[in-house]
Write a protein that binds this ligand. Structure first.
Ligand SMILES: Cc1cc2nc3c(=O)[nH]c(=O)nc-3n(C[C@H](O)[C@H](O)[C@H](O)COP(=O)(O)O)c2cc1C
Length: 206
């Protein structure tokens, strides 16, 4: 690997919020397997390999879409004023349908969980390891022209999601929902997203 290629590649990755249409540009299982294989080679202390992944099929995505839509519709109807809701001509049902359709349009959905350790130090290390795994996943995806949004939105803490996956909160903590799809170049936000220069965030000690 040429280091002169690696840095621009890492810098070019962006969180994607919109993808090419899924029937025309599906995310193939083989690509997802490559991303998962990159993920599981993340560093992890004591080789705890705390990451767990659930790749949603059509039925599961529909179940998750209902949970997503309910959370979105509830939040919008509870936080927006009646006046604004009237102006927007929106109510719970309309928000629900909009959010449901949006979720169902995501080409591929993967949930990521952290297998829970009873030990406080290990818990923190394992979260770090899972985060490294997700970044490995995102970079491999990017190399395949697949964009990812790592979401920590309400569906990952909703009990109904745990029920849908048949997992217990005592054993597994969901730490992210990964939304994947082929990159729609027109819809890349923050394409030139700036980072603080290293001199601002690094102290070079004697
Ligand atoms: C732990 C974590 C949680 C995140 N949760 C969300 C989220 O819930 N919704 C979202 O739109 N983006 C989420 N993101 C993506 C960040 O918003 C994104 O990485 C950030 O805006 C920088 O953009 P970039 O990924 O294009 O560099 C999350 C990222 C991380 C690392």
């Amino acid at each position: 690997m040429n280091p002169n290629h690696l840095l621009p590649f890492i810098q070019s990755r962006r969180t994607c919020y919109q993808f090419l249409e899924k029937t025309e540009f599906p995310v193939h299982l083989k690509s997802i397997q490559m991303c998962l294989n990159a993920a599981i080679y993340a560093p992890n202390h004591k080789l705890t390999q705390p990451w767990r992944f659930w790749l949603a099929g059509e039925d599961t995505q529909r179940q998750l879409a209902h949970i997503y839509a309910d959370n979105r519709a509830l939040k919008n109807t509870q936080t927006l004023t009646k006046e604004l809701l009237g102006k927007l001509e929106m109510d719970y049902d309309r928000f629900y349908q909009k959010a449901f359709d949006k979720f169902m349009a995501i080409p591929s959905v993967i949930l990521v969980g952290q297998h829970l350790s009873m030990n406080k130090v290990a818990y923190k290390e394992d979260y770090a390891a899972c985060s490294c795994a997700i970044q490995n996943f995102q970079l491999m995806a990017w190399s395949l022209n697949i964009g990812v949004q790592w979401s920590t939105g309400p569906i990952i803490s909703d009990q109904r999601t745990y029920d849908a996956l048949n997992i217990e909160k005592e054993n597994i903590e969901l730490i992210g929902a990964l939304y994947l799809g082929h990159i729609d170049e027109d819809c890349l936000p923050n394409k030139e997203l700036k980072r603080k220069p290293i001199n601002e965030v690094t102290t070079f000690l004697n």
